[in-house]
Design a protein around this ligand. Structure first.
Ligand code: AMP
Length: 399
């Protein structure tokens, strides 16, 4: 079976083709700047035993349909072709950011599912419309192929009501659907499953820490999410690249009132100008790490604040789980930044966490156990693979 995974953004398409059941990626790529004369495609093909072949091109792509047709051309033509014809694709899996309360797992897409994704536009105005357009384009390009939606929120639908409700008047939940949804679910689910398998304990009490451009944590037990740090939107919780994370709501009122900000300005401030960018002038941890090495006090504070917020959530989630078997670092920062891991794990013996600093400094692919010998709880790095998790969920659905 061939499974094509698509992640459609407002001007981009990220894709990966998997051979099933051996879970092998045949190719992957990224189309960017769709809608411009200078759109770019980076396309990689993987042949077992050989290094990946990469193809880059710049071309005009007026819309997503043109972009996906170009992807099909790359998949089917030339010496690097991985299939002969679009009909050889058996399933298309779409990443959809918001599934509201309607979707608790991967779902075969039909008109009813599409209508529900449209109803959720209001809750995820930046993401769901682009994801939806990606579905419609794929339906036109692959008319015979079953399409599956995999939602970022679905994994967190197991949160108990006390964890997902806000202490606001009930009608705001029942009528306006204001509650915690949580995001990055596909990543939390994937790394939690990998960790539970490594620990040989399906009931392990895990705290998953996804640190990428966006950052979130989840308390997971028995494969179920019990709490998570993102909320009604992906703005809540941890300090992120450009997002503030948790904030006293009165700060917003102060900005909107006495300080004279507009709603759009506040939105922009909290989502695009805050987080590490606001504290230290860059949203990329590699820059902040270099600034720290050069003696920047802003970079030092930004690192401390970033790690401190994660530590606070570890404390909170150890209480939610009534114990702790492992914490799991994942995504760009979690997998690569040894200093963040080191700061998070410092003086955490109360929780049974102790980091082996030599292991922490080493770079190796795959799952890594960084725990010091004898530690009660493990510190793991598990590289996330949202595309593979989407493909797995698609395959499970039709098996
Ligand atoms: P992601 O959203 O998972 O792709 O993560 C992207 C972020 O990971 C970037 O903005 C960087 O801050 C961070 N990152 C990527 N590579 C490294 C690295 N080698 N060291 C530290 N941070 C990194």
């Amino acid at each position: 079976m061939n499974i094509l995974v698509l992640n459609s953004g407002s001007s981009s398409i990220k894709y990966q083709l998997f051979r099933w059941p051996d879970e092998r990626p045949a190719c992957s790529g990224l189309v960017e700047r769709i809608g411009s004369e200078q759109a770019t495609i980076t396309h990689k093909t993987f042949t077992p035993g050989a290094s990946p072949a990469e193809l880059r091109s710049t071309l005009p792509l007026p819309d997503h349909e043109a972009g996906l047709l170009e992807v099909v051309r790359l998949l089917t033509t030339g010496p690097e072709a991985v299939i002969q014809a679009p009909a050889e694709i058996d399933l298309v899996g779409h990443r959809v950011v918001h599934g509201g309360e309607a979707f608790t797992k991967a779902t075969l897409i039909d008109e009813e599912v599409k209508a529900e994704i449209r109803r959720l536009f209001g809750l995820a105005p930046l993401h769901n419309p682009a994801n939806y357009d990606g579905i419609e384009v794929a339906e036109r390009v692959f008319p015979q192929v079953r399409q599956v939606a995999v939602f970022d929120t679905a994994f967190h639908q197991t949160l108990p009501e006390k964890a997902f409700r806000y202490a606001l008047p009930t009608a705001l939940y029942t009528e306006q659907r204001i509650r915690r949804y949580g995001f990055h679910g596909t990543s939390h689910q994937y790394v939690a499953a990998q960790a539970a398998a490594y620990l040989e304990n399906p009931d392990a009490r895990l705290i998953t820490i996804h640190l990428g451009n966006g950052c979130s944590m989840a308390a997971v037990r028995g494969g179920q999410s019990l709490d998570t740090s993102m909320g009604f939107s992906p703005l809540a919780g941890l300090v992120m690249g450009t997002r503030s994370g948790d904030l006293d709501p009165s700060v917003l009122l102060h900005l909107l009132g006495p300080l004279g900000y507009s709603g759009a300005q506040v939105n922009n401030l909290l989502n695009k100008e805050s987080g590490m960018l606001g504290l230290a002038g860059s949203n990329d941890m590699r820059d902040i790490s270099a600034a720290l090495a050069a003696g920047s006090p802003d970079a030092a504070l930004a690192y401390d604040l970033y790690a401190y917020r994660i530590r606070q959530y570890i404390g909170a989630y150890a209480a939610v789980l009534n114990g702790l078997d492992a914490i799991i670092f994942t995504a760009g920062v979690g997998e690569n930044d040894a200093l963040v891991r080191s700061k998070v794990c410092q003086d955490m013996d109360f929780f049974g966490l102790a980091l082996d600093e030599t292991q922490n400094q080493q770079r190796q692919p795959g799952l890594r156990d960084l725990s010091a010998p004898g530690a009660r709880a493990r510190v793991l790095v598990v590289p996330t693979n949202e595309e593979l998790e989407i493909a797995r969920q698609c395959a499970e659905l039709v098996e």
